[in-house]
Design a protein around this ligand. Structure first.
Ligand SMILES: [Zn+2]
Length: 434
């Protein structure tokens, strides 16, 4: 059988998921095997696997081969399906695993006339989750339109959350809560959800549509009398099956508003996780859950006060250090002061150098080896030029610096692994040579 012949043979895959949205397995026939993007793909005459499209991800699952000949051809009993795509009116089921190039195309399984019988099984948990999210989206989009006249202009069903884009500039917390309440009220009413195909020119009135559909027949999905919308996706059969609809986040996007939400089991898992996280915070703070926000605020305020106190204490210690070094200096007759400080940030080093230089009137070099090697040079008489001192220190130990003849500083990105005795005596040598 040639490929051309087979394409004529299978023009359209029968979509079972529309008539049987709660179906989990089905019998079908493999009519063709092809290679697509380095993977094997099979066309079936009928399928429950919903292909990726319209914002909804594809179904997952597997096909059990019921023909011994097919088992030999594929070398296994089950074909795992990872990816379902539309090829015109046919549905292509992509098999998991890549096929090495040397096996293609001459080793493609040859399907006999009439095909191979298979039993397909969809990953029900995955599918039901998608149906909950997707049906929840219909209800939520209608509620936004009903209460706020906000139209849905974008839809994305991701692995973690679902989002819709609305054509309104902003959404207040109060309005968001009202819409959320309305959507959940529709869930609690447990309205029937059903799909029906209409010829393009005989669509019923009041249909919510976010794009123009160019097809002869249009499938319309209704949630009781509450909502009707053209959609080719899969949906639960009553609004109650959606479970809770919970808006989780509102962002600005593309001049409108993006609403992130979760339905059913996703909402439950999200609630569980958030309660766990809040519980951890409450237990760390030894507070009831409801007191956590206030406790975090007051803890942060206390932290800021303590940081201020600590800052003041550091300044007092530095003042004390500077004073005691000045006392020692007054007894020495040297014209050069070189002082090493332990772990001093550059602004504090600057402060210490200025104080020492102002009190002593001498050429002052203060440095700290850590947290980063930094040096401040103050030359009250501009001789030697403070920049020359910094430049020599920089060529000896690295770091970048500059300044004026009276004041220059140097900073490095790293601490300097050297003893302060060695550095001090080297700096003295450098200055004497200038
Ligand atoms: Zn839908």
């Amino acid at each position: 059988m040639t490929g051309e012949h087979k394409e004529v043979f299978l023009l359209k895959t029968e979509r079972l998921y529309w008539e049987d949205p709660l179906g989990r397995d089905f019998e079908a026939r493999i009519l063709e095997v092809i290679e697509s993007g380095g993977r094997l793909g099979v066309f079936l005459d009928r399928t429950l696997f919903h292909p990726e499209g319209g914002g909804q991800p594809a179904d997952k699952g597997f096909l059990t081969l019921l023909s011994g000949e097919a088992v030999v051809a594929f070398g296994r009993n089950d074909l795992k399906i990872e990816g379902v795509i539309e090829e015109g009116e046919r549905v292509l089921h992509l098999l998991s695993g890549e096929v090495s190039a040397d096996r293609l195309p001459h080793r493609l399984p040859e399907v006999p006339e009439g095909g191979w019988a298979v039993r397909g099984t969809i990953d029900w948990e995955h599918r039901f989750d998608l149906m909950q999210q997707h049906t929840g989206q219909h209800i939520l989009s209608r509620a936004f339109e009903e209460l706020l006249d906000a139209r849905t202009v974008g839809f994305h069903l991701g692995k973690d959350y679902v989002s819709i884009d609305l054509d309104i500039p902003a959404l207040s917390d109060e309005a968001r809560d009202r819409v959320e309440d309305r959507a959940n009220q529709v869930v609690f009413q447990d309205l029937p959800v059903s799909g029906r195909e209409y010829p393009k020119d005989q669509l019923p009135g009041g249909i919510r549509a976010r794009f123009n559909i160019d097809a002869e027949n249009i499938r319309v999905v209704s949630v009781g009398e509450y909502d009707a919308c053209p959609c080719g996706g899969t949906h639960v059969v009553s609004s109650g099956q959606v479970g809770l609809i919970k808006v989780n986040q509102v962002d600005r996007a593309h001049g409108g508003v993006r609403v992130l939400f979760r339905c059913g089991k996703r909402a439950l898992i999200d609630y569980r996780e958030k309660e766990r996280l809040l519980g951890q915070a409450a237990s760390a703070l030894s507070m009831p859950l409801g007191d956590v926000p206030q406790a975090v605020q007051s803890t942060l305020a206390r932290l800021r006060d303590l940081e201020k106190d600590l800052e003041e204490a550091h300044e007092a210690v530095l003042d004390f250090q500077v004073e005691s070094r000045l006392r020692a200096l007054s007894e020495s007759g040297e014209s050069l002061v070189v002082e090493a400080f332990e772990s001093l940030a550059s602004d504090r080093l600057k402060y210490a150098a200025k104080k020492i230089s102002e009190s002593s009137g001498k050429l002052t070099v203060c440095y700290s080896l850590s947290p980063r090697f930094s040096v401040v040079v103050i030359s009250p008489s501009n001789s030697p030029d403070a920049r020359d001192v910094v430049s020599k220190i920089s060529s000896r130990w690295g770091g970048r610096g500059g300044g004026t003849p009276g004041y220059a500083q140097l900073g490095s990105k790293e601490p300097l692994a050297a003893s302060s005795e060695a550095v001090t005596s080297s700096i003295r040598e450098i200055v004497q040579k200038l």
